[in-house]
Design a protein around this ligand. Structure first.
Ligand code: BEZ
Ligand code: FE
Length: 290
């Protein structure tokens, strides 16, 4: 059949339009539109970079390696999204919390859901290595009213910058992890050690690629928190140590001024520290994820 006057031939200029033309136009299904937009940007990138077949095979090998490196213990795709700034950008686009509320940040790959529930005041440093920090905090709503029985899940790196699940042979299981509940005043407290900043793992395809490109993989010292309470939006966030010199270079773009706190010495010259934190929750919007 002779092509009509508007029919396109596949060429550098028309490739993305040819793809898009084959998709149905549907008001109810956003998938065709998403695919057309993704392919338009992908073809523009290919036109800009002009890879050889060998270059493109390398790109496909990289993506294959990312898939092979991912399992229940390690999520290399999430690491890729985090390090390319995509996770932080998606968070930014969706963050509609009032200024006074605690912002969300990236959860990261070292979270474990099966964390032990501990009594207030417990020490989550199971090997006792590091400088002691007494953490005390409160959970409140936007009016400043305490939220009782909120769940606080915390996890952090040790004083050398490693998580327990990175060093299963060197650290006790669940070292520097715990889940606590706020008391009737919305308060919680526990003991831990001062975390150290660390390099994002570069033993997988994502870390290797970015290291090769000269991308800084540092994360400044931080504690991770997830705060859950019925009727409120779950907070997934970090608290950063204000004394860390690398706050401005966080590899995953998660440092926000409201999340930076100073660890105070318990006395002059003391090697034990105190950290006060407050988390402000917003009521869950109807039908929204909590
Ligand atoms: C973390 O802080 O645990 C983390 C987050 C994203 C990528 C790598 C590490
Ligand atoms: Fe971390």
């Amino acid at each position: 059949m002779t092509p009509g006057p508007t029919a396109l031939h596949f060429s550098e200029a028309t490739s993305h339009d040819m793809f898009a033309q084959r998709l149905p136009h549907s008001k109810d299904d956003s998938l065709p539109q998403i695919l057309a937009a993704a392919v338009t940007h992908l073809h523009a990138l290919i036109r800009e970079l002009r890879p050889t077949q060998a270059d493109w095979r390398k790109a496909i090998e990289f993506l294959t390696d990312v898939g092979h490196a991912s399992d229940e213990r390690r999520q290399e795709w999430v690491l890729l999204s985090d390090l390319l700034g995509v996770s932080a950008l998606v968070e930014e686009i969706n963050s509609r919390r009032p200024k006074a509320a605690t912002p969300n940040t990236v959860r990261g790959p070292f979270f474990r859901a099966d964390v032990p529930q501990l009594a207030l005041g417990s020490n989550i440093s199971l090997d006792g290595i590091g400088e002691t920090v007494d953490v005390s905090g409160r959970v409140q709503d936007l009016d400043g009213d305490p939220i009782a029985n909120a769940e606080i899940i915390t996890w952090q790196a040790n004083a050398q910058g490693f998580y327990e699940n990175q060093q299963p042979d060197l650290q006790p299981e669940f070292n520097l992890r715990g889940s606590f509940r706020t008391n009737t005043d919305g308060h919680f407290h526990y003991r831990t050690i001062k975390p150290c900043g660390y390099g994002v793992p570069d033993d997988g395809p994502v870390g290797k690629l970015l290291r090769q490109a000269g991308y800084p993989l540092r994360r400044p010292a931080h504690l991770h928190f997830i705060i859950k309470a019925p009727g409120f939006e779950t907070i997934t966030t970090h608290i950063y140590d204000s004394s860390d010199p690398h706050l401005a270079e966080d590899a995953i773009f998660s440092v926000k001024p409201d999340l930076v706190r100073s660890f105070e010495r318990q006395g002059e010259g003391a090697t034990t520290w105190r950290l006060d934190v407050a988390f402000v929750m917003v009521r869950a919007r109807q039908g929204a994820d909590t």
